[in-house]
Design a protein around this ligand. Structure first.
Ligand SMILES: Nc1ncnc2c1ncn2[C@@H]1O[C@H](COP(=O)(O)OP(=O)(O)O)[C@@H](O)[C@H]1O
Ligand SMILES: [Mg+2]
Length: 388
């Protein structure tokens, strides 16, 4: 389980360390940085997927994603006694992302490229990556230390250099994941790769989820939901079939679903509703109903990830469906750590009924994302390996 997420200099987030629980709900008014927090987590996930530099470039590079405010926001700037101003830079520009689990922590620092003849002048560079034991970084707890092109691994009391030629555009996860030589790197990479994000399901009239699709056993719903019917049938056969039925009837009393496999191997969903003489098929479902089915298929996966992230799951859902969705999320969060970004008050209220619900309410003060009500003492201990 992730116990903390730390972000430094990413968009509206100058400095944030948020404690995480089994069920985390990120809320706050528009423009306070919910999506930025989500994107930072996603970016962190890209490091293990082999594309952090690319992902950052797609977002406009380091220049655009870097915190646009002053390095330090003083007390007098906050009270308005002095205007917000930059002053000479004290520190090197670094975008830092990190997280802690019960056992290990990881952080990555990205910076501007050193001047060279390369045409890729805007490509950020991976400057430092560290894996440590325990819940926050201490020099003595370092297990793996990547500094520029060089990576070292701790072997008992000694450090062993395991690479001297890491490309600046690759994370160490891309290059060093020999399970025998560097089990810590491999372990961390697999952990991060297991995080599952659901951001935007397609429910438009041409959405693949509405059409019969060739199906194979599908323990993990595709992120756009194209294999919905196969995923639902997989839950029926090897997953929690009863929970599936309950989730449907909780939201639509008296309704049920059936997955139909045709001769040619195509699967489609049939939705039986009280009062109708025939079931509705994918193409006939309302956006909201289809989206609810997609969320159910995602959440009841027979292969639960260590972390499941749902970005604004309320989009186009009828508000009446939100309490049922919340009950399902709460149920899932008993086994999987869940992270929900939402501004739907009914969903937030229903999720808050769970004693495990950890609400992270964001606010923006002088352009900076802050956690409402979080004082220095609530903040998990955190140190960046490359920051004084
Ligand atoms: N590089 C940046 N530096 C500072 N603030 C930024 C930067 N990029 C975006 N922002 C701010 O982030 C805010 C958007 O945050 P976002 O996460 O989309 O909010 P929401 O909570 O609505 O999802 C905008 O108001 C914008 O001012
Ligand atoms: Mg947003």
């Amino acid at each position: 389980m992730l116990t903390a997420l730390a972000i430094n200099n990413y968009r509206s987030i100058l400095n944030l360390v948020v404690p995480l629980g089994p069920l985390n709900v990120i809320t706050g008014p528009n423009g306070t940085g919910k999506s930025n927090l989500y994107k930072a987590l996603r970016l962190l996930a890209e490091t293990a997927g082999g594309g952090v530099v690319n992902a950052l470039a797609k977002e406009g590079g380091l220049h655009s994603t870097y915190w646009a405010g002053p390095e330090k926001v003083s007390k007098r700037m906050r009270t308005g006694e002095v205007p917000v101003q930059g002053g000479p830079l004290q520190e090197v520009k670094r975008l830092r992302l990190g997280f802690a689990t019960d056992t290990y922590g990881y952080s990555i620092s990205l910076g501007l490229p050193t001047p060279s003849r390369s045409q890729f002048k805007l490509d950020p560079e991976v400057k430092r990556e560290v894996i440590w034991a325990g819940d926050f970084f201490r020099p003595a707890a370092m297990l793996v230390d990547r500094n520029g092109p060089m990576a070292r691994l701790r072997q008992g009391r000694e450090w062993e250099v395991i690479s001297q030629h890491l490309p600046s555009f690759d994370s160490m996860f891309d290059q060093l994941s020999d399970p025998i030589a560097a089990p810590e790197i491999m372990h961390m990479r697999e952990l991060i790769r297991g995080w599952r994000f659901y951001d935007h399901f397609r429910t438009d009239p041409d959405a693949p989820a509405r059409l019969p699709q060739l199906g194979t056993r599908t323990p993990v719903l595709h992120h756009d939901g194209r294999d919905l019917a196969a995923a639902l049938q997989t839950i029926r056969e090897i997953g929690e079939s009863e929970a599936l039925d309950n989730a449907i009837s909780d939201a639509f009393p008296g309704a049920s679903i059936n997955v139909c496999a045709q001769e040619d191997g195509r699967f489609s969903v049939e939705f039986y509703q009280h009062g109708l003489l025939r079931p509705l098929t994918g193409g006939e479902l309302s956006d909201g109903t289809l989206r609810y089915l997609l969320l159910v298929a995602a959440l009841l996966t027979p292969r639960p990830p260590s972390l499941m992230v749902l970005n604004e799951p309320e989009t186009s859902l009828h508000p009446d469906l939100l309490p049922a969705l919340a009950r399902l999320i709460i149920q899932v969060s008993e086994k999987t750590q869940v992270w929900v970004v939402s501004h739907a008050s009914r969903l937030i209220a229903a999720l808050s009924e769970s004693p495990d619900c950890h609400r992270i309410e964001l606010d923006k003060v002088l352009g900076q994302t802050e956690v409402t009500g979080q004082s220095m003492f609530d903040e998990p201990a955190w140190h960046w390996p490359d920051k004084g």
